[in-house]
Design a protein around this ligand. Structure first.
Ligand SMILES: O=P(O)(O)OC[C@H]1O[C@H](O[C@H]2O[C@H](CO)[C@@H](O)[C@H](O)[C@H]2O)[C@H](O)[C@@H](O)[C@@H]1O
Ligand SMILES: O=c1ccn([C@@H]2O[C@H](COP(=O)(O)OP(=O)(O)O)[C@@H](O)[C@H]2O)c(=O)[nH]1
Ligand SMILES: [Mg+2]
Length: 724
């Protein structure tokens, strides 16, 4: 039985050192609860850092034993690891970059080295526990390199990754000198999840531009592994908050707190100390409210909980000082003997007091400058069992994509935030109920348990798709069988597509000419069987490249045929009317003029619009536009528009490689047929082949072919086997 391993930087516990002994408190956080249904089962386990630096060997053993009882295993970090990997690369490099605080990014090689080393430490700890076919679910930005490290050691494992913080635009990610390694690390996964669609599309764009891997509906083909990228907005343990809100314990706390505060409208804000949370901006907006609306003095207070976090990082220390000063300033400006505008707490609170804060507050002010998701706003909404309360939420929080019934604000627009507070303070009860109910029904449905289920189901689906594709991989047994069939055949024929099959792609099509090795290979092969080069290339190019070779050729996807013995003469297989070309060329030229790097390739009976050299993204955009333009025109001319590898081709539909291949075989009896190709144009060849043929698609994709090989190098290996 395979098991599931959860991995995160921090284990879901708090470890306290008391009187020479350690005390373990399992965390009751949402993620820990949601994943409880996984790591507490059977042999499953959660691996991570227990959160303290423990140097003493006997204490480490004690921790290992205690954690084992909780279904956890520790990765011990040294003081230096914590400084350079956790505070350093994770929180001074990745965190600011991914939250768009480029001014805080620390580009330290020593941080990077520690990050690599500690990711390796995690990898080793996992390898000590993992079996070849286990499922490993890695969490968050501290461990971006881990999926690929694991993949290299456990190629068959199911590896998933979820990132809890935003994934920034390509423009930010490209600033990091280690951008390539970070992305490659993530791509070791089978499934990569983000909170929002925006994070997902930023990631896909970075992978396209930096690693050169394109995607189709979120599926990337990386080194012949299919990797799925998708968004999974994380939920909360809804019932826990809803139940707590009406519990006696919370109600008692509410009464106690309200007695102290008196009759007031309350605004609640709860965050970890973090510059991404926009705490100073929020205090300033509240200050503006009190300045512009003296009628609220004595009637509205803000309860501001700031939970200490990463307090050894300089930018966090500076932020703490800034907040202290701002709170001091607002309170000293407006306080009266019986009213304080901001009740400021720099500490964390037990669950039941948090629940009381949520329950008794009229408004939650959640205004991060950038946040992966933000759970506080969801917890506030879930706690509003009486359906009264208003959420003011930043557009920059992942949660804003779901909670559209909140009052959405731009946290940088202080006037806007101030107006939102006024709107919230004056919102009528019916409106509050409508908004809260709508948000509650969505949060109830997509709670943390649903999140875990949807993620795990998707992971299973990706694995099934991979298995489907891999079932066609050309293994040794099939290769042997094929070679034997070839060797014993009297009359073998082999169809070889050119680009993407015999040679890799180049930015300029004319640079993909055949190298010496290939020419030698084709020559040797043509001595032992009939070789047909079947390509979309024009006949002049093919003729030049294979001059003097004993091969048959099919050019322009089947427009032209040339038998090896017909010296110099190409036969027009299809009698084609190409009077359509003038109109279409004009349209294509218009798109070339608008798109630097694009060009038209003219073949005898087709026109091709190339965009391989166009700025990434723009090429795709223009291609889509041209595609619909051409499709519209194609109808009038009875033409077919086809999307290829960075090209758009328009031609007559009845001309294809399959028909031409059949024409080539007509009247002959072959006892061995093989066809190799790499794209949609070759699918016509595969379809036309006799049932007994060996049809092989290069690259993993859905195909009519019987088998798959990885790349042109493998193709050449296969052909060498035939001539050996
Ligand atoms: O481990 P710390 O350095 O003390 O930081 C605490 C955690 O903060 C981050 O939380 C994120 O995850 C939330 C849930 O998905 C999401 O709502 C929020 O927007 C994120 O900021 C971080 O991702 C964790 O790894 C840290 O442990
Ligand atoms: O005293 C506190 C204050 C907050 N929280 C919890 O901390 C989490 C904060 O998560 P969020 O996604 O809002 O922000 P993050 O800190 O992960 O960036 C929420 O679940 C809060 O309930 C807590 O446990 N104790
Ligand atoms: Mg090809």
């Amino acid at each position: 039985m395979s098991k599931t391993i959860i991995v995160s930087n921090r284990l879901p516990i708090s470890l306290q050192h008391k009187n020479g002994k350690f005390e373990f408190k399992p965390s009751a956080g949402g993620l820990a609860t949601g994943l409880g249904s996984i790591y507490k089962e059977g042999e499953n386990i959660w691996i991570g850092w227990p959160g303290n630096d423990v140097a003493d060997e006997s204490q480490r053993l004690e921790i290992v034993d205690e954690l084992k009882k909780l279904k956890m295993a520790p990765v011990f970090l040294t003081k230096q690891d914590v400084e350079l990997y956790y505070e350093g690369f994770s929180n001074e490099t990745i965190w600011p970059a991914f939250h768009y605080f480029t001014q805080y990014i620390n580009y330290e090689d020593a941080y990077w080295e520690a990050y690599c080393r500690v990711n390796q430490k995690f990898c080793d700890a996992i390898l000590a526990k993992a079996d070849a076919e286990d499922t490993i679910w890695v969490h968050d930005y501290q461990l971006l390199l881990l999926p690929m490290m694991l993949r290299n050691k456990l190629p068959k494992a199911t590896i998933a990754f979820f990132q809890h913080i935003p994934f920034p635009s390509y423009e930010i990610i490209r600033m990091l000198p280690w951008r390539k390694q970070l992305l490659e690390g993530m791509v070791g996964s089978d499934l990569i999840g983000f909170h929002t669609y925006d994070d997902m599309r930023h990631f896909l764009s970075a992978v396209g531009r930096i690693l050169g891997l394109s995607n189709e509906s979120g599926f990337i083909q990386a080194d012949n592994r299919l990797v799925n990228v998708d968004s999974f907005p994380m939920g909360i343990d809804y019932d826990k908050f809803a139940k707590a809100a009406v519990s006696k314990k919370t109600q008692r706390t509410v009464t106690k707190f309200m007695e102290m505060l008196g009759d007031q409208k309350l605004l609640i804000t709860i965050d970890r100390l973090d510059y991404s949370k926009g705490i100073p901006q929020r205090i300033k907006a509240f200050d503006l409210l009190l300045e512009d609306h003296p009628e609220y003095h004595g009637k509205v207070s803000m309860i501001m909980v700031v939970v200490p976090s990463r307090d050894r990082v300089k930018s966090y220390q500076e932020l703490k000082e800034e907040i202290d000063t701002l709170v001091g300033s607002i309170n000293s400006k407006y306080s009266t003997l019986n009213w304080v505008p901001v009740h400021y707490f720099y500490r964390s609170f037990p669950f039941n007091e948090l629940s009381a804060f949520y329950t008794m507050s009229d408004i939650a002010l959640v205004t991060p400058l950038r946040d992966g998701m933000n759970l506080v706003c969801k917890e506030f909404v879930a706690s509003k069992t009486n359906k009264q309360g208003v959420l003011i939420l930043s557009e920059m929080a992942g949660a804003s994509k779901e909670l559209v019934d909140a009052i959405l604000v731009n946290p940088n627009d202080q006037e806007g935030v101030k107006n939102a507070i006024v709107e919230a303070l004056t919102m009528d009860p019916e409106e509050q109920e409508l908004r809260i109910s709508s948000m509650q029904s969505s949060l109830k449905k997509y709670d943390i348990f649903q999140w875990v289920k949807v993620f795990m189901d998707r992971l299973k689906h990706v694995k099934e798709r991979q298995t489907d594709l891999e079932s066609k991989a050309m293994d040794q047994k099939i290769t042997k069988q094929m070679i034997a069939a070839f060797k014993s055949a009297q009359r073998p024929i082999v169809f070889l597509d050119y680009d993407g099959t015999l040679v890799g792609f180049k930015s300029r099509p004319q640079d993909a000419f055949p190298d010496e090795e290939l020419l030698g290979l084709i020559e040797a092969l043509s001595q032992v069987c009939q070789v047909v080069i079947i390509s979309g290339r024009d006949k002049e190019t093919l003729g030049k490249w294979f001059r003097g070779q004993e091969v048959d050729m099919i050019a322009e996807h089947g427009v032209w045929l040339k038998k090896k013995d017909q010296d110099g003469d190409w036969a027009l297989y299809a009698d084609v009317d190409d009077s359509w070309k003038e109109d279409i060329r004009q349209v294509m030229e218009y798109y070339v003029l608008r798109t630097p790097g694009a060009f038209i390739e003219e073949k005898h009976h087709s026109l091709v619009w190339h965009y391989r050299k166009v700025e990434s993204g723009l090429g795709d955009l223009r291609m889509r536009e041209l595609f619909s333009h051409l499709k519209y025109m194609a109808r009038g001319h009875n033409l077919q528009v086809l999307e290829g590898n960075m090209v758009l081709e328009i031609k007559r539909p009845d001309i294809n490689k399959g028909r031409a291949a059949l024409a080539m075989m007509r009247g002959e009896e072959y006892d061995f047929v093989m066809a190799l190709g790499d794209d949609w144009t070759d699918e016509d060849t595969f379809k036309a082949m006799p049932k007994t043929a060996y049809t092989i698609r290069v690259g993993y994709a859905y195909t009519q072919a019987n088998y798959n090989v990885k790349n042109p190098t493998e193709v050449r290996g296969l052909l060498k086997n035939l001539i050996d």
